[in-house]
Design a protein around this ligand. Structure first.
Ligand code: ADP
Ligand code: ADP
Length: 215
């Protein structure tokens, strides 16, 4: 469960997220849409501990998110806009990196990695360097890396922006499956079909959140 409580994020004078509150229970998908610059990424970064909150707090399963390490320790997974992949590593290596510290048998980790690559339709591309892949393929690697972490909270920042219809549906279905597994999912998106498929839909504008459909 994510609880965002009266959260404000600011960069100097610029208020990117203005006193926003909402909850996302496990099993639910919330879509956040809104114009460029509305504060969607900043909101996801705050939940992921990647920017400090100026006021308010983010609570995941009763524990306050203080910074990036505490978010990771609480099972918060961010699929960042622009994918955040290491370009000179292979797709498979990119999926491995966040899992290196897992206390699981290597074969279990490998199985999760191969399943995640298969789920995004890239079973054959694991050995390709990220920089050799198309923008859409890179975006799917980023999604695979996100789901491979089996987080309690999945934050997807414009993770379908470079995908065709089939792959967009595939990624939406995968995020839905993450919710069925028990994750709380937040998707920032410009795509109304993606927003329509979510359980709840909010619009951000100038840092403020208004509900189209409540969770
Ligand atoms: P979006 O497509 O969500 O509008 P942006 O172009 O706003 O994306 O942001 C892309 C990247 O640029 C982000 O990582 C953000 O940190 C950075 N960025 C955006 N605005 C500024 C700014 N005014 N000053 C510094 N960095 C910025
Ligand atoms: P969105 O994801 O909806 O496009 P962002 O959260 O990227 O919105 O940006 C919200 C506002 O914060 C924008 O005005 C953007 O320019 C600004 N901003 C984003 N990142 C930074 C940053 N690192 N430094 C300064 N300003 C930023």
């Amino acid at each position: 469960m994510i609880s965002v409580k009266d959260v404000t994020v600011a960069y100097g004078e610029l208020v990117a997220v203005a006193d926003v509150s909402f909850d996302v229970p496990p099993g639910f998908v919330l879509a956040v849409s809104g114009p460029s610059g509305a504060g969607k990424s900043s909101l996801l970064w705050a939940i992921a501990g990647a920017v400090p909150v100026r006021s308010g707090k983010v609570v995941v399963d009763g524990l306050v998110i203080a910074d990036r390490p505490s978010a990771a320790a609480h099972g918060v997974v961010l699929i960042p806009q622009g994918n955040g992949l290491a370009r000179v590593l292979t797709a498979r290596e990119n999926l491995s990196l966040p899992l290196l510290t897992e206390r699981k048998p290597a074969e279990d980790v490998e199985r999760v990695i191969e399943k995640s690559l298969t789920d995004v339709g890239l079973a054959e591309s694991g050995d390709h360097l990220v920089e050799e892949l198309s923008g859409g393929e890179q975006q799917r690697v980023a999604v695979a890396r996100g789901i491979a972490q089996q987080g309690k909270v999945i934050l997807a920042d414009e993770s379908t922006s470079e995908l065709d219809g089939t792959n967009r549906e595939r990624v939406v279905d995968l995020l839905r499956a993450e919710a069925h597994r028990g994750a709380a999912v937040v998707i920032a998106t410009h795509d109304s079909t993606v927003a329509d498929s979510a359980d709840g839909h909010a619009v951000m504008d100038e840092g403020r959140l208004t509900w189209v459909r409540r969770l």
